[in-house]
Design a protein around this ligand. Structure first.
Ligand SMILES: Cc1cc2nc3c(=O)[nH]c(=O)nc-3n(C[C@H](O)[C@H](O)[C@H](O)COP(=O)(O)O)c2cc1C
Ligand SMILES: C=C(O[C@@H]1CC(C(=O)O)=C[C@@H](OP(=O)(O)O)[C@H]1O)C(=O)O
Length: 365
């Protein structure tokens, strides 16, 4: 299994959802970086399970214990290791699924690939639980970015058929991103959020789940990060974002809408702003030729509906190879995208810091 992202800042996650703990080793952080415990706790709480009626009811404190790489509130320059305990595991929910795999989860694929040895309780290493250490790593990297005037924020702009307004891809500010971080369900638009809450209530009654779309913006990035072709910003961000389970689609800037546009509408004309050459619009999403343009780096990530739903579904009993109906009990998110918001933000922060370190690694804390 490869559970590492980053080139200069290497983030390795480990653990299984129902093992004793999950965690992260971060290598390549500069020494002397102040660790803001409150900022980390806030980000962890945005993602944590059991925080509202609209998410999985598993309860975890998600308070990290640092084992190395941290001394007197600052990074030491050696690998930082942190563990997060798994306390509220209910493994009996998963006992029957070894022989009767859930459609669209990783149960059956893991059983075949790892010959039945993978610990799939709670989704094991495939679980959304493994995004907790990613958020921890992202919060640490975001602290380093903030010192350089760079901020990353994400929000939910679609759940099923409910849409919320997207950010202004040129003029998005740090205040906008702060506001998004405070928004319940990751959706700042109140009217849209109310419709999402109603939709989630309906889905709970129907035993169903729904997909969603997350928009993320990184602002304050200098022009010139990244390289062409295989080392492009999109390449590196894509590889990292696809570590998030349930992610099914990723687009930059105008994304798939670009295929229906004319060049005259899609092109971002250059203008002069305070004597500097700058694109006047941002259909490019802040990246051209694999290199940042200096405008906000905008991504859209599409999440599938949660696979574990309460409705009866067709599966196959593996021991007898007979078709059987499966009804899943247990605690599940009705919409993965809601708790994926801070995860997308975290992974984007990790990659942005990683890109900054391409420049020779001379980051002054
Ligand atoms: C934050 C988060 C929470 C998730 N919660 C659940 C859940 O409660 N139930 C579930 O079946 N899948 C959940 N998933 C998705 C599964 O982990 C994922 O679909 C599965 O591991 C298969 O991976 P894939 O969808 O990337 O192919 C969650 C994913 C994330 C990122
Ligand atoms: C625990 C978390 O989410 C879990 C992600 C998940 C899955 O299949 O991805 C399934 C559920 O696990 P369990 O059955 O153990 O409650 C979620 O609760 C978390 O995000 O911290």
């Amino acid at each position: 299994m490869s559970s590492q992202i980053g080139r200069n800042i290497r983030v390795q996650v480990f653990g299984e959802s129902h093992g004793p703990s999950i965690g992260v080793v971060i290598d390549g952080l500069p020494a002397g970086l102040a660790i803001d415990d409150k900022a980390i706790a806030d980000q962890m709480a945005r993602r944590a399970p059991g925080q509202s009626a609209q998410v999985t009811q598993r309860r975890e404190a998600d308070s990290p214990q640092f084992l190395s790489g941290l001394y007197r509130g600052h990074t030491t320059g050696s690998p930082l290791c942190a563990v997060i305990a798994n306390t509220d595991t209910r493994s009996k929910d998963y006992a029957a699924l070894t022989d009767l795999p859930r459609p669209s989860h990783a149960d059956y694929n893991a059983a075949v690939k790892y010959g039945g040895y993978a610990d799939m309780r709670g989704g094991g290493h495939f679980s959304g639980r493994l995004t907790a250490p990613l958020v921890l790593a992202g919060a640490i990297c975001a602290g380093a970015l903030r010192q350089r005037g760079i901020d990353v924020g994400a929000h939910l702009i679609q759940v099923g058929e409910v849409m919320a307004p997207a950010l202004d891809p040129v003029a998005v500010t740090r205040e906008d991103l702060d506001r998004l971080r405070q928004a319940p369900l990751g959706m700042a638009d109140e009217a849209a959020r109310q419709r999402v809450e109603d939709l989630l209530d309906d889905l709970r009654r129907q035993g169903d789940s729904v997909g969603g779309l997350v928009e993320c913006a990184a602002i304050g990035l200098p022009q010139g990060l990244g390289e062409p072709m295989a080392a492009g910003v999109e390449n590196r961000l894509s590889a990292a974002l696809f570590t998030i389970p349930g992610l099914r689609g990723l687009a930059f800037g105008a994304g798939f809408a670009a295929c229906a546009m004319r060049g005259s509408a899609h092109n971002d004309p250059y203008t002069l702003v305070d004597g500097r050459v700058q694109p006047a619009s941002n259909h490019a999403g802040g990246v051209l030729g694999g290199i940042t343009t200096g405008l906000p780096l905008i991504s859209h990530t599409a999440f599938k509906p949660t696979p574990s739903i309460a409705r009866p579904q067709a599966s196959v009993r593996l021991s007898s190879l007979s078709p059987e109906s499966l009804t899943i009990s247990g605690r599940h998110d009705p919409c993965i995208a809601i708790r994926a918001v801070p995860v997308v933000e975290a992974v984007t922060a990790i990659v942005c810091l990683d890109l900054l370190f391409d420049k020779g690694g001379t980051y002054a804390t």
